[in-house]
Design a protein around this ligand. Structure first.
Ligand code: PLP
Length: 377
């Protein structure tokens, strides 16, 4: 088994979720829209599962629409929010450090004539509410600010930002991508005050292929898929009951063990900081507030080369977001890191299962690789 230190990219499916999915696929396999007993049993299970996910998030079950992933939720939230407010204007505000699943729909809207303001983070990786307030305009229709940055682990000031936006104009819709925050830090849409919020299953030990969009009660946005009218008519398509059952099971476990999980991740992160800081030349790029993400750099050692060299040692870490596929990270560019530091960034991300021995193995491998190779650039 590899030493897996890339939990911000994805997680293994927990046994409870595997069990729930198997049961839904083999016994409760009815279509929730079918009127006979087997279908209605599936409908009851779906209702119960929605309740569990809603409880983990702290929202009403009817405020939760299941989607296929965080990317889908983000795309839908952003495009539907601006269309809802199209008579008001065409100005969107987001941050320069969002995930591609937010930046790309914003880019597509810009091509359609929308104007997008990208808030720049400070050196520590936080967007500022002052900058946001200064960027608000009468034609602003949407603000999208992520909760936890996936490359830095920094927690963005979402609740404060919502207050500033709503005080300026309550009609501006506020979306947050909470994919990296859910079950890592306390996340409750009503406490944050957001209108729309995205979560994804595979970051919390549910399978890939399931996510959700929270839509605040009373906020009416256009549906995503037309068809049989599932998900309150907003996202038609037969519900993926096995993924939903697994998502609910993972949420139940994550919620029950939330405090001990966070404490465990914080503990391993602290240990990692102390061990990795001892590696000659290593710089800590971000020790964000989230308990599971640490960004470090070995200036002069290109990240892609390091990821491959570590892989050869049986260790999985990321050169930043797994979604970049080799492209230089816009997040580290936005932080204005010196090129040598930026090119050498590695993201180490943890889970409750991460052990000190795994961190020691990583540290040893980093020392070995850097002593074998002369720093490039
Ligand atoms: N948003 C953030 C912050 C992420 O980290 C990710 C995945 O890495 C996504 C969105 C996309 O989620 P999904 O993989 O479920 O599409």
């Amino acid at each position: 088994m590899p030493v897996y230190l890339d939990y911000a990219a994805t997680t293994s499916v927990c046994p409870e979720a595997v069990h729930a999915a198997c049961e839904a696929m083999t016994e409760g396999y009815g279509n929730p829209s079918s009127g006979y007993g087997l279908g209605q049993e599936a409908a009851s299970a779906l209702k119960a599962d929605r309740g569990v996910v809603a409880e983990a998030l702290g929202c009403l079950p009817e405020e939760l629409i299941f989607t296929s992933c965080g990317t889908e939720s983000n795309n839908w939230a952003i495009t539907a929010a601006v269309k809802k407010n199209r008579r008001k204007g065409r100005h969107i505000i987001t941050t320069a450090i969002e995930h591609a699943a937010v930046l790309e729909p914003c880019k597509a809207l810009a091509a359609e004539g929308y104007e997008v303001t990208y808030l720049k983070p400070d050196r520590s990786g936080h967007a500022s509410v002052e900058d946001l307030t200064a960027a608000l305009r009468p034609d602003t229709v949407l603000v999208s600010m992520m909760l936890v940055n996936n490359e830095l682990g920094t927690v963005q000031p979402v609740a404060e930002a919502v207050r500033a936006v709503k005080a300026y104009d309550p009609d501006i819709l506020f979306h947050t991508d909470a994919v990296q925050g859910f079950l890592k830090i306390p996340v409750t849409p009503s406490q944050l005050g957001v209108d729309l919020l995205t979560v994804s299953g595979h970051k919390i030990h549910a399978p890939k292929g399931i996510g959700a969009l929270y839509i605040k009660k009373g906020v009416k946005i256009k549906g995503l898929l037309l068809g049989g009218g599932q998900e309150g008519g907003l996202r038609s398509g037969t519900e993926p009951t096995a993924q939903i059952a697994a998502f609910a099971a993972a949420c139940r476990v994550g919620r029950e063990r939330f405090e001990e999980n966070v404490a465990a991740m914080n503990g391993i992160k602290e240990y990692s900081l102390s061990i990795l800081s001892g590696i000659p030349g290593l710089e800590v790029v971000s020790n964000g507030e989230a308990p599971h993400i640490l960004a470090v750099s070995l200036p002069g050692y290109p990240s892609q080369m390091m990821v491959q060299a570590l892989d050869a040692e049986g260790i999985c870490v990321s050169s930043g977001s797994a979604c970049h596929k080799g492209k230089a990270s816009h997040v580290f560019e936005a932080l204005k890191l010196p090129p040598r530091v930026r090119m050498g960034v590695l993201r180490v991300s943890f889970d409750t299962a991460t052990t000190r021995e795994e961190i020691d193995t990583l540290a040893l491998a980093l020392k070995k690789i850097t002593s074998e190779r002369v720093a490039a650039m």
